[in-house]
Write a protein that binds this ligand. Structure first.
Ligand code: FES
Length: 136
């Protein structure tokens, strides 16, 4: 979608090790600017993918879309806040119903209405940077 709109997105991918990097993915991202980080250094840059973000955050009008484990999302948001960058996180959660009935996917957020609880399945799964409360 971004490419179709004339944007030039940069994809930052992180894995524990090379075998976790699926071959099918490498074929799908051909032609898309990307960098890979693996914790063991077997593919791409050694370290966490969040280590790539400060140098790759781009211009001041860059917009970040992030998905992954919550501790990583918290770090991404902290880096973005330091740089004054906007973005969205996509939350993952086990979903029993997926239609907003069971409330098993509720997460705490804060916005201009205060602290609230939102269902990831129907109110998300994306939330603007600064809204998700990461257990602090
Ligand atoms: S999965 Fe049931 S309310 Fe979200």
């Amino acid at each position: 979608m971004l490419i179709q709109e004339g944007q030039d997105p940069l994809l930052l991918l992180g894995f524990r090790n090379g075998p976790d990097y699926p071959n099918a993915l490498s074929k799908r991202i051909t032609g898309i600017r990307h960098r890979i980080a693996t914790e063991d250094g077997s593919v791409g840059t050694q370290g966490l993918v969040t280590g790539l973000l400060p140098e790759e955050a781009g211009s001041d009008d860059a917009f970040i879309y992030a998905c992954g484990p919550r501790p990583m999302l918290k770090v991404v948001e902290a880096i973005a806040e330091k740089r004054g960058l906007q973005g969205e996180v996509s939350l993952e959660e086990r979903m029993a119903c997926g239609i907003g009935v069971c409330k098993g996917c509720v997460t705490a957020i804060r916005n201009n209405e205060g602290r609230l609880y939102r269902r990831i399945c129907t109110d998300g799964p994306t939330f603007p940077f600064g809204e998700v409360i990461y257990g602090d």
